[in-house]
Write a new protein. Structure first.
Length: 286
């Protein structure tokens, strides 16, 4: 993590066309358009110029808690485009939060190399000082959220700081078994990020990204909402179930919700998941 404050190197408000705005209002709500601003940014992280987003309420009359959101995927597969950022991050901002999100180093034109949970975890932590440059950010209240690979990034970030008052992980990677028993999606991630599955160095990388192996390093001060679909074929449901046993042993506060028939994208449960997320943030950041 940077020893001095990271800085926003550039920022540009996202402007969509009329048809896109109609889709935003339909998918995420009219409040997103009326009451929030989302910007694409470049910021400094460990000396790299990294791409990301910020989103915040237009109302500057009060300060809002901060939320870091961690994307899934690897390299540019899973990168958040401007349309999705406007809707997804704008939705969280419309709930009354300032949102920070990274594309991770090496992606979307940023410098460095995506390490899938290596030093790129610093790209998450180096979002924190950016709140100094957002006028209506309440820097004393932080939450963190991640989906899929972003869930892994969230868990790893929680081993490095107790800053966050709550966390949310949806379909999150908790255990890289690094074997042929994993889903095709996971095996492909291994090949792209860590090479073929063989050799001691490869297995060390797998273990260093598997929070079930060192759950005792998680902050006991951060309650975690864990959501997983029972029909998830990309990140298998037992990742979250296995981790829950560890959290019980360690007395780390958490809530586990397994959604019947839910796939990796929670398509059938989107409204239900959004309401759970909103209430979790409200409970601990409100």
């Amino acid at each position: 993590m940077d020893t001095n404050n990271s800085r926003i190197l550039s920022r540009q408000e996202i402007k969509l066309n009329e048809s896109q705005n109609i889709m935003i209002a339909s998918g995420w709500g009219q409040d997103v358009l009326d009451n929030t601003i989302t910007e694409k940014i470049t910021y400094s992280s460990d000396g790299f110029k990294v791409k990301g987003y910020i989103s915040y309420p237009i109302d500057k009359s009060k300060k809002y808690p901060c939320v870091i959101w961690n994307r899934g995927g690897i390299e540019n597969r899973g990168a958040i485009d401007s349309f999705t950022a406007r809707g997804m991050f704008g939705q969280i901002a419309s709930w009354g939060y300032v949102v920070f999100a990274s594309q991770y180093r090496g992606n979307d034109g940023g410098e460095g190399k995506d390490e899938f949970g290596g030093d790129d975890v610093n790209d998450v932590l180096n979002l924190i000082p950016l709140a100094n440059e957002i006028e209506n950010a309440n820097k004393s209240k932080w939450g963190i959220e991640g989906w899929s690979r972003g869930g892994m990034m969230t868990y790893l970030a929680l081993t490095k700081t107790s800053l966050f008052k709550c966390a949310i992980v949806s379909g999150g990677i908790a255990n890289l078994r690094c074997s042929s028993d994993e889903s095709p999606f996971m095996r492909r991630l291994y090949e792209v990020t860590m090479g073929k599955y063989q050799g001691e160095e490869f297995y060390q990388k797998c273990e260093s990204r598997s929070i079930v192996k060192f759950a005792d390093r998680l902050s006991i001060e951060t309650p975690i909402l864990i959501v997983h679909g029972t029909a998830d074929e990309r990140v298998l449901p037992h990742d979250s179930i296995d981790l829950s046993y560890k959290l019980l042993e360690l007395k780390i506060p958490f809530r586990l919700v397994m959604l019947e028939g839910g796939d990796h994208f929670m398509k059938k449960h989107r409204k239900e998941v959004d309401e759970m997320r909103r209430k979790w943030f409200e409970k601990y950041l409100g």
